[in-house]
Write a protein of this length. Structure first.
Length: 258
């Protein structure tokens, strides 16, 4: 992909210190974009900032809780002031904790999942969309999941939250097209991240779940860098005709009848 258009972008990424968020932050900074990665993994985030700035890249990290309105607004204000603009938002912060059937979920467990996975996007977009409008438009990428379309046992809260991410993204695309802002959901499959590994281990490895690390197998486990490349495409001018979409990057997971 031609990443030339990314060099003119300034992007805020949630969940930016680890996993897909970290890979995306590095990918964008390497392409010349200015990046603010935010999240709760402060040690990893500071290390990321130090590493990337040593390479001459414009990447900053701030410790931010997406359930905190004031912290989210402060991060958006910092990015817009530091970079003179804000062109993109990547909402990657998420949790997948329970593995329980619905009747076994507590109110607290359900609320935590939705507060981060859905309301976190609401807060970041509410603070960030006016900044994108001031910049003349931009792109928002919200990380959804195959669980939004087809799920597995014990994921009531997670599947419902990711379905909401897809619907919210479509609604935002409709409402903000007038501001030249594109909004898409990225529906990802199993990716080798800190959030996925406990599930792999609990079931005896990805192979026991019918997944493979082989690049020649379907379905397979993805690398964060592969997802980052798709996010970069959605942020770039190369995807100017894509909005209101649930773009699937799942290593063939939804293609196979399990």
């Amino acid at each position: 992909m031609n990443t030339a258009s990314l060099a003119d972008k300034a992007v805020l990424i949630t969940g930016g210190a680890t996993g897909i968020g970290r890979a995306t932050a590095i990918h964008l900074a390497e392409a010349g974009a200015a990046v603010l990665a935010i999240g709760l993994d402060a040690a990893e985030g500071r290390a990321l900032q130090t590493e990337q700035q040593a390479l001459g890249r414009r990447l900053f990290f701030r410790e931010v809780d997406v359930t905190n309105n004031a912290q989210v607004q402060s991060a958006v204000d910092f990015a817009e002031k530091e970079f003179d603009r804000l062109n993109g938002l990547v909402n990657g912060a998420a949790v997948c904790n329970t593995g329980k059937r619905l009747e076994d979920l507590s109110d607290a467990e359900w609320n935590v999942t939705f507060d981060i996975n859905v309301s976190g996007i609401f807060r970041v977009c509410r603070a960030g969309l006016p900044a994108l409008r001031r910049a003349g438009g931009g792109s928002v990428v919200n990380i959804a999941s195959v669980h939004a379309l087809a799920t597995a046992a014990g994921h009531a809260d997670y599947a419902a939250s990711k379905g909401a991410v897809l619907s919210l993204s479509q609604q935002l695309a409709l409402d903000y097209a007038v501001d030249r802002i594109r909004v898409n959901a990225l529906i990802v499959g199993s990716v080798d991240t800190r959030m996925s590994r406990p599930a792999f281990e609990a079931h005896g490895g990805p192979e026991a779940l019918g997944l493979s690390f082989s690049p020649n197998a379907i379905p397979r486990v993805g690398r964060p860098e592969e997802v980052a490349a798709v996010i970069a495409f959605l942020l770039s001018d190369a995807s100017s005709y894509i909005t209101g979409s649930g773009l699937i990057a799942d290593g063939g997971m939804l293609a196979k009848l399990m």
